[in-house]
Design a protein around this ligand. Structure first.
Ligand code: SF4
Ligand code: ZN
Ligand code: ZN
Length: 315
């Protein structure tokens, strides 16, 4: 297959990718150009951030977040990587993830802030989940990662945190929320979450790009990333929704993009009212971060497990 853009210019260049839903076959250079343009267009369309703002990029060591870090840096934005080291020992997952983030930090010559759970709190994420009596490690992990990313951004004076969520992630969350008619979540699902007192702005510049496109970008740009996912990912439910959407996409190219884009345009505004119940936020009595209760959920969990260990004689 030949690159469509090169062909239009009378050149014969082999395509490296066929983007089915755009009916677009592109060579390496034109694909990279297209990918960067799409990302910058999304950033501009949703007014995610401006030049001159310092952007925290939440990096896990996976293809999405590392690609985002490299793209934003090369596009001239001032970036800082933020990595939460979870202490997941299986397959040396956390150690390898950290190394890949450090490697890209060196390559891009941009700083990387690392928060090590075990060093800071005394427990890995799996220990925190187990000791607090939660079966679902991923939900505890999500709570801690969101809390820490925000806390670090506020402390480091970063007005915005960018994450590598892609179209596959966003459309899977949308399908799951739609199936359960979680109208509050539907009213909130958006590529930008505005800043509020105590909360940095959260943005998803890759929300219209697929996993396949991002992995192609990462490989063509020579980014080293974790090829195996987190060992705990098996317990998450999102793969089921991803599989359902992959089936629909296979039968009808463009389903995911249409589903998500049309939701943002036509359906989200209908649910906004339900998402807008204003919560009364007060500073957490322990850490000072905004919360709806006296003590935030992260401090509550940490207090609980420290209490458990004090009773059993540990720590
Ligand atoms: Fe955390 Fe679960 Fe993701 Fe692993 S799969 S990083 S435990 S949320
Ligand atoms: Zn070309
Ligand atoms: Zn707290």
């Amino acid at each position: 297959m030949l690159c469509k853009i090169c062909k239009a210019k009378g050149k014969r260049e082999k395509a490296v990718i066929f983007i089915r839903h755009h009916k677009l076959a592109l060579c390496k250079n034109h694909f990279l150009e297209w990918f960067e343009k799409q990302t910058l267009k999304t950033i501009k369309h949703f007014s995610m951030f401006n030049r001159g703002e310092k952007i925290g990029v939440a990096v896990s060591g996976g293809k999405d977040s590392l690609s985002l870090w490299q793209l934003l840096t090369e596009a001239g934005f001032e970036t800082v990587g933020i990595h939460i080291s979870l202490g997941i020992g299986k397959d040396n997952y956390s150690e390898k993830s950290l190394k890949l983030c450090e490697k890209l930090s060196e390559k891009l010559n941009r700083p990387l802030i690392v928060f090590d759970l075990k060093e800071e709190f005394g427990y890995t994420i799996e220990e925190i989940a187990k000791l607090s009596g939660r079966k679902d490690v991923c939900s505890v992990c999500g709570t801690f990662k969101r809390y820490l990313m925000n806390k670090i951004a506020i402390e480091e004076n970063l007005s915005v945190v960018a994450t590598g969520h892609n179209l596959d992630d966003e459309s899977a969350v949308l399908l799951s929320n739609t199936i359960r008619w979680e109208t509050g979540y539907l009213g909130r699902q958006y590529p930008v979450l505005s800043e509020r007192e105590g909360f940095a702005r959260k943005v998803k510049p890759f929300c219209f790009l697929t996993e396949k496109e991002i992995v192609s970008y990462a490989i063509l740009k020579g980014i080293d990333f974790m090829e195996t996912g987190c060992p705990n990912a098996k317990t998450a439910t999102s793969p089921v929704y991803k599989q359902a959407l992959a089936f629909l996409e296979h039968k009808m190219a463009g389903t995911k993009l249409r589903f998500y884009k049309e939701f943002l345009k036509k359906a989200k505004p209908l649910f906004e009212k339900e998402a807008k119940e204003e919560y009364n936020l007060t500073p957490c009595k322990i850490c000072g971060m905004p919360t709806t209760a006296n003590v935030c959920s992260v401090c509550r969990i940490l207090e609980k497990i420290r209490g458990v260990n004090a009773k059993s004689g540990k720590n």
